[in-house]
Write a protein that binds this ligand. Sequence first.
Ligand SMILES: *[C@@H]1O[C@H](CO)[C@@H](O)[C@H](O)[C@H]1NC(C)=O
Ligand SMILES: *[C@@H]1O[C@H](CO)[C@@H](O)[C@H](O)[C@H]1NC(C)=O
Ligand SMILES: *[C@@H]1O[C@H](CO)[C@@H](O)[C@H](O)[C@H]1NC(C)=O
Ligand SMILES: *[C@@H]1O[C@H](CO)[C@@H](O)[C@H](O)[C@H]1NC(C)=O
Ligand SMILES: *[C@@H]1O[C@H](CO)[C@@H](O)[C@H](O)[C@H]1NC(C)=O
Ligand SMILES: *[C@@H]1O[C@H](CO)[C@@H](O)[C@H](O)[C@H]1NC(C)=O
Length: 270
Amino acid sequence: MGVCGHLVVALLFFAAAVVAAADPDDEQCLTHLSESLEDPLKNLQNWTKSTFANPCQGFTSFLQGATCNNGRIYKLSLPNLSLKGTISPYISNCTNLQALDLSSNSLAGPIPPDLQYLVNLAVLNLSSNRLSGSIPQQLALCAYLNVIDLHENHLSGPIPQQLGLLVRLSVFDVSNNKLSGPIPASLSNRSGNLARFNASSYEGNKDLYGYPLAPMKRRGLSIVAIVGIGLGSGLVSLVLSFTAVCIWLRISEQKLENEEGKISQLMPDY
Ligand SMILES: *[C@@H]1O[C@H](CO)[C@@H](O)[C@H](O)[C@H]1NC(C)=O
Ligand SMILES: *[C@@H]1O[C@H](CO)[C@@H](O)[C@H](O)[C@H]1NC(C)=O
Ligand SMILES: *[C@@H]1O[C@H](CO)[C@@H](O)[C@H](O)[C@H]1NC(C)=O
Ligand SMILES: *[C@@H]1O[C@H](CO)[C@@H](O)[C@H](O)[C@H]1NC(C)=O
Ligand SMILES: *[C@@H]1O[C@H](CO)[C@@H](O)[C@H](O)[C@H]1NC(C)=O
Ligand SMILES: *[C@@H]1O[C@H](CO)[C@@H](O)[C@H](O)[C@H]1NC(C)=O
């Protein structure tokens, strides 16, 4: 092969690299995400079909909030943009994603369990939205997760035990939701050198209990309830005995009257 041959081969490689930069999975991911998100203040710049086909060139991104690495999106950061709508499950098609920050918006709907396919995900920040439903246990399959911040949403149900398997987890915040049930021991205790999480990660959930929060509440038997029951039953027995006494008095009075009547009947009239 001559110099020309080498040049042609090199050009072909270069062309292949450029073509590979337009990733069909990222395109699917962005197309579906832009359909599921609502952007009432038109904050998302360049979030148009033409950009989704080619959001990255090497390390340069043409899409607001996206960071690129080798032609793939590896970070999506769209906090505090007044976004509404939901998180499309197709976000899982952005398979190189390492950080997803959609915090401080007004997103509703569930956290898609499909996030499990983001096997490189290290940071998940969906805090301060209106997300509902349960925390998907499938998040435990994102083995590199070291930040899960879901504080201030409307999430309900228990905290999945499986999240305790995430050995790299260093920030975990589910405070101010509607979670219930016991806090998994694997997420509250200090095990080995791994710092686990204190009460500030859990507070603001009415029905969550166990260390590091208070133990399970005995339902309906709070101090107020106990005092209430005491006072209530006291009052009831007071009323009952009062009534009994009244009835008894009434009966004896009647007897007395009857007897008086009998007596008066026996007495001769003068
Ligand atoms: C939008 O795209 C244009 C060109 O495609 C680029 O110059 C600009 O920086 C992009 N804007 C953002 C916010 O990335
Ligand atoms: C969120 O955005 C609003 C205006 O768009 C701004 O005033 C506010 O400081 C931002 N908050 C944060 C935490 O960045
Ligand atoms: C894209 O995401 C959807 C929803 O999770 C999934 O059904 C589909 O298989 C994904 N496509 C690819 C190519 O990974
Ligand atoms: C998540 O985002 C909020 C702001 O939108 C920020 O205050 C918080 O520190 C972030 N969480 C982490 C763990 O970085
Ligand atoms: C976690 O720690 C608390 C208090 O330090 C202790 O009572 C509890 O038994 C521990 N649980 C596990 C599973 O180690
Ligand atoms: C709880 O942990 C966080 C960080 O993990 C720390 O900033 C905070 O001071 C701790 N709070 C208490 C009461 O120990």
